[in-house]
Write a protein that binds this ligand. Structure first.
Ligand code: SF4
Ligand code: SF4
Length: 367
């Protein structure tokens, strides 16, 4: 059966948030008594006006919709490791929604976990994600410094994963690991709602520029919804490694001709951060090639790593909390320890950590 994606934008008429119940009803039927897990993107204590997090008004409408079906909603999330769960939920208005409607707000790092085997290790996912009837996946329409975009697949694979599991995904082939994790609960992700009311372009997921797009996408398949969202941002989904791999893995079609799109797809032309896309990069970052290069000790620089701007760094050490290899000793980076996961870029409040340039990559002293 063809996947379906509804594109609701300001041109469709009226306020996009208030139409969400109508759109969800066209995608799924939630039955009385079902347990529904709502997974917004609250990666950091940043309000939705920054484009980093899901709009609380949209989350509230979804909560009301689920309660209106006499089903049981819970909200689940886990911000980037450096950020406090309570503070992130408070700043973004999610805590208030949970209290006002008396629904559970679950920290995905707590509680019982189930182990999911992926190519390069094991990732722990909350047991409740396997036991619930439905997951409503609510990412933000945004670009990403490492994966080009951060949409539905990433919101599930990173947002529901244990901290250790996030590191495992980052140290493998991210295009594959993100999809392997998502695949483990694909049957539960019955609807993906991409919040583009305020999206983010450039250096997402936290340092980009907000883009007021006033658009919401609602789809029954996470890969197909991500593919349409790419098109909205002006990006070819086949040029995004993890979305292309989702198509290959059979998570859903990413071919627009194979997706039933309801509504017009505007092309908003989001700015994307520079990517490592050269032929040489693709070969040298392939896990097998990367392993051989490491073993033969040729001294080639393969992965993109961060560079630290000493003028912008105030020594707060937030980045050291997320670096699992202890490579960061601000203002220095030990490149022999750094694995290039780039998680530190997401948490630096001063934007002092950036992608290295090709020249720096070639001449840095340690691999
Ligand atoms: S690089 Fe950023 S996060 Fe790390 S110590 Fe400097 S200012 Fe803080
Ligand atoms: S310094 Fe390297 S290993 Fe540590 S968080 Fe940053 S990119 Fe990852």
């Amino acid at each position: 059966m063809m996947s379906k994606v509804i594109v609701r934008c300001a041109n469709s008429g009226g306020d996009v948030i208030s139409k969400i119940a109508i759109d969800i009803d066209k995608i799924i039927k939630i039955k009385k008594g079902e347990t529904v897990l709502i997974k917004p993107n609250i990666c950091a204590p940043l309000p939705s006006s920054t484009g980093a997090t899901t709009n609380p008004l949209l989350v509230e409408e979804v909560v009301k919709y689920v309660l209106g079906k006499s089903a049981s909603p819970s909200i689940i999330e886990s911000p980037i490791f450096a950020y406090d769960f309570e503070q992130s939920m408070k700043v973004t208005g999610i805590l208030e929604i949970s209290e006002r409607y008396g629904i559970p707000l679950i920290d995905a790092q707590q509680g019982e976990k189930r182990k999911v085997e992926i190519g390069n290790g094991v990732v722990e996912i909350p047991e409740i994600a396997f036991e619930c009837d439905t997951i409503i996946n609510m990412p933000v329409l945004k670009t990403h410094v490492q994966t080009k975009v951060s949409l539905g697949i990433k919101n599930i694979a990173m947002g529901l994963s244990s901290i250790k599991g996030r590191h495992t995904q980052h140290t493998g082939n991210l295009d594959e690991t993100l999809n392997e994790v998502t695949k483990s609960i694909i049957d539960k992700i019955r609807v993906t709602i991409i919040d583009g009311i305020v999206g983010m372009q450039g250096e997402g997921p936290t340092h980009g520029e907000p883009v007021k797009s006033n658009i919401i996408l609602v789809g029954d398949n996470v890969a197909s919804t991500d593919a349409v969202a790419c098109k909205v941002m002006g990006i070819n989904p086949a040029d995004v490694g993890h979305i292309k791999f989702a198509g290959k893995l059979g998570l859903g079609s990413i071919e627009l001709s194979e997706i039933e799109v309801v509504g017009e797809i505007p092309t908003l032309g989001f700015a994307i951060p520079p990517q490592e896309g050269s032929f040489i990069d693709r070969i040298t970052t392939h896990p097998l090639a990367s392993y051989i290069i490491r073993k033969t000790n040729l001294g080639l620089r393969t992965r993109t790593k961060p560079v630290l701007d000493k003028d912008l760094c105030d020594g707060c050490e937030i980045c050291t909390k997320v670096c699992r290899t202890n490579a960061l000793q601000p203002p220095e980076i030990d490149y022999s320890k750094c694995v290039g996961c780039l998680i530190c870029l997401e948490v630096c409040p001063n934007h002092a950590l950036k992608h290295e340039s090709t020249l720096h990559k070639l001449f840095r002293l340690h691999r």
